[in-house]
Write a protein that binds this ligand. Structure first.
Ligand SMILES: Nc1nc2c(ncn2[C@@H]2O[C@H](COP(=O)(O)OP(=O)(O)O)[C@@H](O)[C@H]2O)c(=O)[nH]1
Ligand SMILES: [Mg+2]
Length: 65
């Protein structure tokens, strides 16, 4: 899954600290598998990263990088 994905969406980031989520390790691991993987940090609760994620989805596929 990670080998063939261009984008990773990290969800529920408002819970990250309480869950002791290691963001640095997650990013490191994703990029170890897929160096060019774009990573979005999002929270539906706070709205974090939603604008960026929606803008990405609205871009024509050929303009995404
Ligand atoms: N705290 C928090 N809870 C969320 C967020 N997004 C969804 N939830 C809650 O997490 C539960 C599962 O949501 P769902 O959208 O199905 O996420 P899934 O875990 O990816 O399947 C539901 O109770 C949602 O209300 C978020 O950004 N923050
Ligand atoms: Mg669900």
């Amino acid at each position: 899954m990670f080998n063939s994905s261009d984008v990773a969406v990290l969800t529920k980031m408002d819970l990250a600290a309480a869950c002791e989520f290691d963001l640095d390790a997650a990013v490191r691991n994703l990029h170890a598998v897929r160096p060019a993987m774009r990573i979005f940090e999002t929270s539906a609760k706070t709205g974090l990263g939603m604008r960026e994620w929606i803008d990405f989805l609205l871009q024509p596929r050929e303009r995404r990088s």
